[in-house]
Design a protein around this ligand. Sequence first.
Ligand SMILES: Nc1nc2c(c(=O)[nH]1)N=C([C@H](O)[C@H](O)COP(=O)(O)OP(=O)(O)OP(=O)(O)O)CN2
Ligand SMILES: [Zn+2]
Length: 160
Amino acid sequence: MLGDVSVCKIFTFDSAHQLVGHKGKCSNLHGHTYKLEVVLKGKPSTEAGHSDEGFVVDFSDIKAIVQQSLVDRLDHAFLAMGNEPVLEALQNSGSKVALLGFRTTAENMSAYMAYQLKQASLPLYSVKLWETPTSWAEVMAADIPEDGPAYRLHGGCDCE
Ligand SMILES: Nc1nc2c(c(=O)[nH]1)N=C([C@H](O)[C@H](O)COP(=O)(O)OP(=O)(O)OP(=O)(O)O)CN2
Ligand SMILES: [Zn+2]
């Protein structure tokens, strides 16, 4: 009998953000092509003749859930904590904004994403978010508190 197997689906999305108070260049409004690696872990289905036989989770189902719960709202959006001077102008101009409420570091973003996917009842193992080709943050599902990650929140957010 086969034991646990890890499967991974990779996504990319383009977003802008600004780290207010950063000591360096990231205090400027700037963008990234983020790469998101979603790793699930479980036993492949043994249901003979079923569409999912031999799958931990069908890659196409992972894609649909991650697209709908994360990528669609983050792609080509301004990822906002809520304290960015440019935020009001973007909102008033009808630009796409994802008001997350927390500082949009790779660490916080990956924790947020891992929590959202865990809530979606996926057998999540980890989320790795590449912010640049040389920088990533990773959160293990087992390390997410039941009531979600703790951030320093700013204002309201549209993240629920
Ligand atoms: N621990 C963290 N440090 C930094 C974050 C972060 O989210 N977590 N974010 C930034 C900036 O937003 C931006 O991502 C700059 O990252 P950096 O790796 O410094 O980008 P470079 O373009 O300079 O990458 P190189 O490959 O070194 O050219 C800053 N820090
Ligand atoms: Zn950045």
